[in-house]
Ligand binder design. Structure first.
Ligand SMILES: N[C@@H](CCC[C@H](N)C(=O)O)C(=O)O
Length: 257
C-alpha cells in the first residue's frame, strides 16, 4: 500500500502531513506512525499530522509525536493551517479542532497567526515554572542557553518523579536583549531537543511577559523566529493568546508500507 504525504516545517519543527479526509489512515496504528516519523527507516519528522473533516469546523488536526503519543502541537497546528489552505479547505481564516479544543487561525503569505487555548495559571516548580499551553511545559531561565546541556537536563526533568506518569516538555530560556528571549526545548514524545516548539515558546512567553509586564514577546529558537501576544488577567490567567510565525511546505512524496 502507498501512502501519499507532504512534509512541512514550522521554524524547524518538522511534520509528516497526510490529507486523510477519506479517513483511510488507521488512527490506532502507532507502529505505522513511529515508522513514518523515523529518520532512518521512514520519512523522518518530529511528528505526524492527519487532516480530517469535522462537523462544525473547517477541519480536525490529529497530531502524533514521533513516538506515537498525542498532545497539542503549536507549530504543527500552524503547519496544518498552511496545509489546509494548500488543499483548498480554507482561504485566509479558519476555525478548526485539535486535541485541546477549538482554535481560530489566520494565514497570510506563509505567516500563520494561531489562537491558543486560554491558560489558567503559571505554577511555580521549585526555582522554575510550569505552564500548560495545551501541552505541559516546564520553563527554566538560564544565564546562557547556547551552552546549556538541554538534552541531558531536559531528560532528567522530563522523567523526574514530579512529572510522573505523563512527563513534560522542558524549555530553557535566556534573555535575548532587544530580541526578547531565546528558547531551546527538550520535547517529550521526540525525546530529544527539537529546533522549535510552539506550545513551549508560548509557555516561556507567558512567564517572561508576566515577569516583565509585556503582552507581546519575540522569541528566537534554533529553528527561527516566532512571536507570542496575549492578554494577562489580574487573577493570573491568560486569554487571547496568539502564536505567530512561518509555516512552509518542504516536499511531497509517497511511501510504500
Ligand atoms: N512541537 C510541539 C509540541 C508537541 C507536543 C509535545 N511534544 C508533547 O508531547 O507535549 C509544539 O510545537 O507545540
Amino acid at each position: 500500500m502507498e501512502i501519499s504525504f507532504y512534509k512541512y516545517q514550522g521554524t524547524g519543527n518538522d511534520f509528516v502531513m497526510i490529507d486523510d479526509r477519506e479517513e483511510k489512515f488507521e488512527v490506532e496504528n502507532l507502529e505505522l506512525v513511529r515508522k513514518l516519523c523515523n529518520r532512518k527507516f521512514g520519512i523522518g519528522s518530529d511528528g505526524l499530522i492527519l487532516i480530517r473533516y469535522k462537523e462544525g469546523y473547517d477541519f480536525e488536526m490529529i497530531y502524533y509525536n514521533a513516538d506515537g503519543t498525542q498532545s497539542m502541537c503549536g507549530n504543527g497546528a500552524r503547519c496544518a493551517v498552511s496545509f489546509s489552505k494548500f488543499l483548498g479547505i480554507i482561504t485566509e481564516n479558519t476555525h478548526f479542532l485539535a486535541i485541546d479544543g477549538p482554535h481560530d487561525a489566520c494565514i497570510k503569505d506563509g505567516w500563520v497567526e494561531l489562537g491558543m487555548s486560554n491558560v489558567k495559571q503559571i505554577k511555580k516548580a521549585g526555582e522554575d515554572f510550569f505552564v500548560n499551553t495545551g501541552s505541559p511545559h516546564h520553563v527554566r531561565f538560564v544565564e546562557n542557553v547556547d551552552d546549556y546541556p538541554v538534552v541531558n537536563t531536559g531528560a532528567e526533568i522530563r522523567y523526574s518523579q514530579t512529572y510522573q506518569p505523563d512527563g513534560t516538555n522542558v524549555n530553557f530560556v535566556s534573555n535575548n536583549g532587544n530580541e526578547g528571549i531565546f528558547v531551546r526545548t527538550y520535547e517529550r514524545g521526540v525525546e530529544n531537543e527539537t529546533l522549535s516548539c510552539g506550545t513551549g515558546v508560548t509557555a516561556c512567553a507567558l512567564v517572561y511577559g508576566q515577569q516583565n509586564q509585556k503582552d507581546l514577546v519575540n522569541i528566537t529558537t534554533p529553528g527561527g523566529k516566532l512571536a507570542v501576544k496575549f492578554k494577562a488577567n489580574d487573577n493570573g490567567s491568560f486569554q487571547n493568546i496568539s502564536l505567530m510565525g512561518p509555516a512552509e511546505q518542504v516536499f511531497k512524496g509517497s511511501i510504500s508500507i
